[in-house]
Design a protein around this ligand. Structure first.
Ligand code: XCC
Ligand code: SF4
Length: 631
């Protein structure tokens, strides 16, 4: 293990000890209290879809109950449980996107929601076939596009607009396999219906429908979330930031932003610059107002504003345990319901803001799209006025933080690639240089490494180990979500990280002046990875499944990650999962996931918990793809 990782553990250990001393409970206490986790649940063979159950069937075909009361066997039960995770994940990303689109619908010249990227607005409007997209008045066009996007959730006919971005060959596969997603809400609803008691029992059909629902996330909800956030809040650009708990500044009023949706976070960023509020903070004896990010909101804010990242998923409790956070403000997803109680062990106020994620135990200030700034200002005032309540004896902020470069949207990545070409003689503004580097073998391939932390895995260890192994082998990594934050903390998002690379990747990093691991954003921004891969496939005239590119989620925990894995596999990329989803109770379903699906989409799920072994499998996969391409 590297030094950085040892340092991580020192931070974690010290803060867990501090929590014990402060009488505060953490996830580790709760994990210990749960003792052994349920083996039936883990295998996916417990069904409680109807109230005749719960039915726990045996994992073994030779002994024990083989069927639930209705007759569902382990294959059906596992498939249905898996499908419902895809529904949960798809709903989360897509409903996030819907809120962004609603905000865009409310955008105006002088309101808090504005159009910051008119060029991107016009480009996507044209892509979606809106007439006179280049001449219409900006806000009229924004409202028209927003309405059209809202229809992507519920239109009665047709498939997702963004599918047309994909290579023709891929679109044909989706048609052929009947996994081209229709309206997002429809896909989720119809799969919930399919998996209701007494509907589908055929595991193959259930897996196909799970893929199609997940596709409505990747090429629907998530892509809308990303693109429309860019239109409103700006396309992320390369910028410097810092990451780890050391960004919490004991001398300032600290506000921890946690969750996912940039609507709230953007308003807090605006309000935190209000001179009156800064003055108020000074009157309270603080040097200023320090907004720090956690989880995906942290990614959104660091990419667009350089707001520092306090940490990833498993650090959400530790941030509060530092004793220096005045307010933890949250919107949706990945927020421990434990936080309000933990906050009470310190002076921290916990504020939930979304009616979809009202979290009991402390304050609730509703975020309203029609008057978004008032919520943001109230949050900041609460933080400022809470500064004086800090208990100095409980403040202990670890000094560790790492410098990092973030913000590699597709547009910014293409801009960086232009640095490797001769601008006098070569075309610029395309992904051609990336294709050239891969085809020439300077880069062996690319990996999208994404997802959460999970206490089943030593924290950040699988992320960092996999990334280090791959860059050593000249595989460029693009990262999002909590994986991106793991990379940031370990110093992999710095130019200096090129020293950890093989010769080819090192040279490419030097020429393009980029780190070997590129921060592409939050989890909805996995759609940026799909988009980039698509552009390369289109430029080379090959299908996505032919590219030496893989997906990986070494430490995931959420339903969202299950949906992501499913749309990445559907998009043609083998996807390496470091944590077993709840499917091990059905050999047949596992076989469908690891082999069967390959015949439909050209890619499969791969289960490997050891990141070193996963790296070996990935290298073999990439080299195999190269051989088939003849490169
Ligand atoms: Fe959540 Fe998106 Fe997972 Fe992190 S990586 S724990 S989903 S914040 Ni998406
Ligand atoms: Fe049991 Fe069937 Fe009801 Fe599931 S749907 S709880 S297996 S009876």
């Amino acid at each position: 293990m590297s030094n950085e990782l040892l340092e991580f553990d020192v931070i974690a250990e010290a803060l867990i000890e501090k929590a014990q001393k402060d009488g505060a409970e953490t996830m580790w206490d709760r994990k210990a209290a749960l003792k052994t986790q349920c083996g039936f649940g883990e295998g996916g063979i417990c069904c409680r879809i109807c109230v005749m159950g719960p039915c726990r069937v045996s994992p073994s075909p030779d002994k024990g109950a083989q069927r639930g009361i209705c007759g569902a066997d382990r294959d059906t039960i596992v498939a249905r449980n898996f499908a419902r995770m895809c529904c949960g994940g798809t709903s989360a990303h897509s409903d996030h996107a819907r809120d962004i689109v609603h905000a865009m619908y409310h955008s105006s010249e002088d309101g808090p929601f504005k159009i910051r990227e008119e060029g991107k607005l016009r480009k996507i409007a044209a892509e979606w076939g809106i007439e006179e997209a280049d001449t219409k008045e900006t806000y009229a066009l924004a409202h028209e596009l927003a309405e059209m996007a809202l229809m992507e959730f519920g239109k009665p006919f047709g498939t997702q607009n963004f599918l047309k971005r994909a290579p023709k060959s891929r679109q044909e596969i989706w048609e052929r396999e009947n996994i081209a997603p229709r309206a997002i809400d429809q896909e989720v609803v119809t799969l919930m219906h399919s998996t209701h008691m007494g509907c589908a029992s055929d595991p193959e059909s259930i897996l196909r429908r799970s893929l199609r629902t997940s596709m409505s996330d990747g090429w629907g909800g998530s892509m809308i979330g990303t693109e429309f956030s860019d239109i409103m809040y700006g396309v992320p650009k390369e910028r410097a930031s810092e990451s780890n708990l050391g960004v919490i500044d004991p001398e300032q009023v600290n506000i921890m932003l946690h969750g996912h949706d940039p609507n709230l976070a953007e308003m807090i960023a605006v309000a935190s610059k209000n001179p009156e509020l800064i003055e108020m903070a000074k009157e309270q004896g603080a040097k200023g107002i320090n907004v720090v990010g956690m989880c995906c909101t942290g990614n959104e804010m660091t990419m667009r504003h350089g707001i520092k990242i306090a940490g990833n998923f498993y650090q959400q409790e530790m941030a509060i345990i530092t004793g220096a956070v005045e307010v933890a403000v949250v919107d949706v997803q990945c927020i421990f319901p434990a936080l309000p109680k933990l906050a009470k062990s310190y002076h921290t106020r916990f504020i939930s803001t979304s009616p979809k994620a009202k979290i009991a135990g402390d304050m609730y200030i509703e975020f309203n799209e029609e008057d978004p700034l008032s919520c943001a200002e109230e949050v900041i005032k609460t933080a400022v006025m809470n500064f004086k309540n800090r208990d100095a004896s409980k403040v202990d902020v670890p000094e560790l933080k790492a410098e990092t470069i973030v913000g590699y949207s597709v547009e910014t990545t293409i801009g960086a690639l232009d640095r490797v070409v001769n601008s006098q003689t070569d075309v610029t503004g395309t992904v051609k240089p990336l294709g050239d580097l891969v085809w020439a073998g300077v880069l062996r391939g690319a990996a999208g490494i994404v997802g959460c932390n999970n206490p089943k895995v030593e924290h950040d260890y699988a992320h960092i180990t996999l990334m280090k192994e791959l860059i050593k082998n000249d595989v460029i990594c693009v990262v999002t979500g909590c994986a991106a934050q793991a990379a940031a903390k370990a110093g992999l998002l710095k130019l200096e990280a090129k020293e950890l690379c093989g010769r080819g990747l090192k040279e490419a990093c030097e020429r393009a002046n980029i780190p070997p691991v590129l921060h592409m954003g939050s989890c909805v921004d996995i759609s940026r990875i799909l988009h980039l891969v698509t552009l390369v496939a289109n430029e080379r005239g090959v299908d996505i499944a032919e590219l030496p590119v893989v997906g990986a989620a070494p430490e995931y925990m959420s339903e969202k990650a299950v949906a992501i894995a499913s749309y990445v596999v559907s998009s043609g990329l083998n996807t390496y999962l470091g944590v077993m989803p709840y499917v091990s109770g059905s050999e047949n379903f596992m076989k469908l996931m690891t082999e069967g699906v390959k015949e439909w989409t050209g890619a499969a799920y791969v289960f490997e918990s050891d990141p070193i072994k996963a790296a070996e499998l990935i290298m073999a996969d990439i080299e195999d793809k190269r051989t088939k391409l003849g490169i």
